[in-house]
Design a binder for this molecule. Structure first.
Ligand code: COA
Length: 260
């Protein structure tokens, strides 16, 4: 796959997707959102890819937000459409990926950048990372899921403080609040994410897919997550991975999963 604003590398079943607009601090313009959407669709259907890491190019920014220059003169309907399209094409798509998505936050994660990281299943940050939702300082609110996913991760009070003050928080505070799982040095960031992805990749891709559906269900309005868990648990019994995993355990050998 060839992209203008993305670089995709796949090694040992782990995809590393780099958002590559460093001179704009990797800000998400429409073109980049379209490319990401397309790329994620491809990765989701690629049987050999077991986990995905998303990061930003350069040492300064993960993603410094949606591209402000593109919406500065928008009216209400265009603003609404910008948000709705973003949800469907990118942010909901990341959350619903059937492979685990790890955000490797290598610097500023602001606005749409933090929203992208929050749509991922796991976040690891470098110690120079700064995270925030500065939208109200521009006269808008977070429109790519920030008002929903931030309170899920840090609680309503802390989310309200971050959104209303528009201030960035340091990586160490993000870890303390549960916004990121771990903070490491920038030099170690990708290796730590690759190591984590490697641990995931040893397990059954089929089971992980069902686990993602079940995890996400708990955060959906009108959906009973326990009922979804029962259904997804049941579906696991149809998979070759289940047969392989249980057989390998009884034969005292390592399983060899196909994801089927
Ligand atoms: N949209 C569009 N362009 C952006 C951008 C964004 N969200 N964030 C950064 N850029 C561009 C800058 O305009 C600048 O481009 P230029 O060199 O052509 O002028 C380039 O990226 C570098 O940014 P700059 O502001 O010069 O870097 P800095 O180190 O002084 O400041 C930030 C870094 C992150 C504090 C600052 O860029 C910033 O506040 N960005 C906007 C963050 C934001 O509000 N995001 C939410 C959007 S809804």
């Amino acid at each position: 796959m060839e992209f203008k604003n993305l670089v995709l590398k796949v090694e040992n079943g782990i995809a590393l997707l780099t958002i590559n607009r460093p001179d704009k601090l990797n800000a998400l313009n429409i073109e980049t959102i379209e490319e990401l959407s397309h790329c994620l669709h491809g990765i989701n259907h690629h049987a050999d890819i077991k986990a995905l890491i998303i990061t930003g190019a350069g040492e300064k920014a993960f993603v410094a937000g949606a591209d402000i220059s593109e919406f500065a003169d928008f009216g209400m309907d265009q603003g609404r459409k910008l948000s709705a399209d973003g949800h469907v094409k990118l942010f909901d798509r990341i959350e619903a990926m059937s492979k685990p998505v790890i955000a490797a936050i290598n610097g500023f994660a602001l606005g749409g950048g933090l929203e992208l990281a929050m749509a991922a299943h796991i976040r690891i940050a470098s110690d120079n990372a700064k995270l925030g939702l500065p939208e109200v300082s521009l006269g808008v609110i977070p429109g790519y899921g920030g008002t929903q996913r931030l309170p899920q991760l840090v609680g309503k009070g802390r989310a309200a403080e971050m959104i209303f003050t528009a201030q960035m928080i340091a990586a160490a505070d993000a870890e303390k609040f549960g916004l990121v799982n771990k903070v490491v040095s920038q030099a170690d960031l990708l290796n730590v994410c690759i190591e984590l992805a490697g641990k995931i990749a040893k397990n059954s891709p089929a089971a992980i897919k069902h686990a993602i559906v079940s995890l996400n269900a708990g955060f959906k309005d009108g959906v009973n997550g326990y009922h979804v868990e029962i259904d997804e648990f049941g579906k696991c019994f149809l998979s070759e991975d289940f047969k392989e995993g249980t057989t390998a355990f009884m034969e005292k050998r390592k399983p060899s999963f196909t994801g089927k």
